[in-house]
Design a protein around this ligand. Structure first.
Ligand SMILES: [Ca+2]
Length: 425
């Protein structure tokens, strides 16, 4: 039914690094780690062997308790929430993991939009047809996209994470690397407990604080969570996903979702296309792209859903796309290009669409994190500054690659390939 081959960006953000304003990366790392009573007991028993850390944690907690109370959290709510909470070794370990090997965008999309995930999505669409159409009618957000976010975040609720949200965030705050972020989320989590929507025991999710079927962070929950069932509780943790799905719709609507519009279409670019224009931030009227000879992949005129940008996720030798407003709305959910691509593509597959027309350059291998660092350093050494080297291909690195490519009269697609690294060596 839908011939929307949507897509996105420039970057192989396949490590799903961004957790931006909203959910974190539960989809990439199914989190079933728990900070349960068992772990608590263990920690208590080990207290004699690790007295310093526990004392440090207690000191942090005392300090944080004063902050929370100053923000209006009642002492009884705080004390009940923190009863039995200790440092979670698992959370510390997971927070320290930085993937050395990342996947290419097509590998990531293969998994994210697998046949199994598509067919489960279609089953859920049938089972929940009346709820989904009521949500779509109320929020004006396409049901296929709500299903897709649900599929991406927790495989339709099958792994919502079982870490105590308070314990997970308390560990991150105590550890200190992301203290300001974690404390802000903790205050929000305590506010949720204070509102009575959920008990501390049921407030569970990913190790990094994302909760429920569609992995809301506590601050997002406070702003956007919905009581769709009408029982007075915004229950995104229950087996019934209605409140969580409505919450996701409310979130997407808030950031400007365009109902019944694609988030992108697969396009064909003219032979002489200037690839320096293919940048997510370069949004132009569709008429501008049409004038330059951009058509849909089947040669039809580019449809007009407002301003569009051209995205070449695998460089000049892979599928290319015009992306519209909805692409940017999905990035508000999780600020990774790969994530936005996956949500859009899974949604269109659930709605009956197929694979992209153009082929991915599957022979291209992914650069490892250290190779990306090497690439960044080499570019900078040759006078094409990447503004620092962090092993992540972001806008500054892409800009540097383009400048290098232009200086060598190559197609300036900004693609960080293994052959580019070879050239630079
Ligand atoms: Ca409810």
């Amino acid at each position: 039914m839908f011939k929307r081959h949507s897509l996105s960006a420039l970057i192989l953000g396949t490590a799903l690094t961004g957790c931006a304003s909203h959910a974190t990366t539960a989809s990439a790392t199914p989190t079933t780690n728990t900070t349960t009573a068992a772990e608590t007991n263990t920690s208590t028993k080990q207290a004699s062997t690790q007295p310093v850390e526990q004392a440090d944690f207690n000191a942090w907690r005392t300090d944080f308790r004063a902050k929370a109370l100053a923000k209006g959290i009642k002492p009884a709510v705080f004390d009940r929430a923190f009863k039995d909470v200790t440092v979670s070794k698992k959370v510390i370990k997971l927070d320290g993991n930085q993937a050395e090997f990342t996947r290419q965008i097509w590998e990531y999309l293969d998994t994210a939009t697998s046949a199994a995930r598509v067919s489960t999505g279609r089953e859920k669409a049938k089972q929940l047809a009346s709820t989904l159409s009521a949500i779509e009618a109320r929020y004006q957000v396409d049901a296929s996209v709500i299903l897709s976010v649900w599929g991406m975040e927790t495989n339709y609720g099958s792994y919502r994470g079982n870490t105590s949200t308070i314990a997970g965030l308390a560990t991150l705050a105590f550890e200190g690397r992301r203290r300001a972020f974690a404390e802000k989320q903790l205050i929000a989590a305590l506010s949720i407990l204070q509102s009575g929507d959920v008990t501390p025991e049921r407030m569970r999710g990913s190790w990094a604080g994302a909760m429920g079927h569609t992995q809301f962070m506590p601050t997002s929950y406070l702003e956007y969570a919905q009581d769709f069932t009408g029982d007075g509780k915004r229950d995104i943790w229950s087996d019934d996903p209605s409140d969580a799905l409505a919450s996701t719709a409310a979130y997407l609507k808030r950031f400007g979702w365009q109902h019944n519009a694609p988030w992108g279409v697969e396009v064909s670019l003219p032979k002489d296309f200037d690839y320096t224009q293919a940048d997510q931030s370069n949004r132009q009227p569709v008429s501008e792209w049409q004038q330059q000879g951009v058509t849909t992949i089947t040669g039809q005129p580019l449809p007009d859903y407002g301003k569009a940008a051209i995205l070449v996720p695998a460089g000049a030798h892979g599928p290319t796309f015009a992306i519209f407003k909805n692409f940017y709305v999905i990035r508000r959910y999780n600020n990774a290009t790969s994530y936005a691509m996956a949500v859009g593509h899974l949604a269109e597959k659930i709605a009956g669409g197929g694979e992209f027309v153009a082929k991915w350059p599957r022979e291209e291998r992914a650069l490892s994190r250290s190779e990306k660092l090497e690439l960044q350093r080499a570019l900078t050494a040759k006078g094409f500054s990447t503004k620092g080297a962090d092993g992540v291909i972001g806008p500054n690195t892409i800009k540097a690659i383009r400048a290098y490519q232009q200086s060598r009269a190559q197609v300036a697609d900004g693609y960080a390939s293994a052959s580019l690294l070879e050239q630079l060596k």
